[in-house]
Design a binder for this molecule. Sequence first.
Ligand code: NAP
Length: 249
Amino acid sequence: MQRLSGKVALITGGNSGIGLATAQAFAAEGARVAIVGRRQDAVDAALAHLGPDAMGFVGDVADLSMHERLIEAVKNRFGAIDIYMANAGTAILEPSAAVTVDNFDLQFAINTRAVFFGVTRALPLMRDKGSIILTSSIAGTKVMDNHAVYAGSKAAVEAFARSWALELKARGIRVNVLSPGPVDTPILAKLGISDDVRPAFDKEMAAAIPLGRMGRPDELAKAALFLASDDSMYVTGVNLKVDGGISLT
Ligand code: NAP
C-alpha cells in the first residue's frame, strides 16, 4: 500500500532541490502533486519527473494574489488538498550592517509572509486530518554568522507552526516544521558558492557536520514523507531537524 495513496499535495518551491525531491517522493507514494516555482523551465522540467498526474504552476509566492489563483487552479484540478508544504525560500547572507531594507523585505516576503498567507489561503481547501509542513532551517534556532535576517524570517515560521498546531487541532490538521541543515541543492550556487570553491566548501562542511557530510535532497524528502503520511499521525507542533547533527555544535 502506497503511503500517500488518494492524497493531494501542494509544494511551493517544488521545482528544485528539497521541494522537487519531496514532490518525487510523494508522487512515488501515490500522491497527486501540485508544484509551484518561479521559473517556467524548471517547473516544466520537474513535471517531466513527476508524471501526468502532477500539476505545475508558475508564480511568485511573494505576490499574495498568486496564492488565490494557485488555490483556485488546484481546486479545479484536484478538488482538495491533504498536504501543504510551504518550502519556497531564499537566503541573502550578510552582516547585519550591510542589510538593506530591500533585502530584508525580500527575505521576509518569501520566507515568512508567503508562508503565512499561503497556508491561510489554502486552509479552506484542505481536508480535515491533513498535514502542513513548513520548511524552516537550523538557522531558525542556531546562531550562525551573517544569518540574522534569514534566521529571523525562519524563526517566525516556526512560531506560526506552533500556533497553527493548536489552532487547527479541531480539524485534525497537523502542523510541523522541517529544518534542514546544509543540503546540497541549487541554493548553494544562488548563494554564490560556485563550482570552483565547492571542493573547499564541501571539506569545510564535512569537518563541521557531525555526520561528516552535507545532506542530500532525498534525505530531506524522506523526513517530509514521514511528516506528510500517517506514519506521523501522533506528531504535531514539532521542529524536525534533519541536519547531520550540526545543530548540536
Ligand atoms: P532551491 O533548490 O534553491 O529551492 C528553492 C525553491 O524555492 C525553488 O524551487 C525556487 O523556485 C523557490 N522559490 C524561491 N523564491 C520563490 C518565490 N518568490 N516564488 C516562488 N518560488 C520561489 O533550494 P533548497 O535548498 O531546496 O531550499 C528549499 C527550502 O529549504 C528553502 O526554504 C530554504 O530556505 C530551506 N533550507 C535549505 C537549506 C540548504 O542547505 N539547502 C538549509 C536550510 C534550509 P525557482 O527556482 O523557480 O526560483
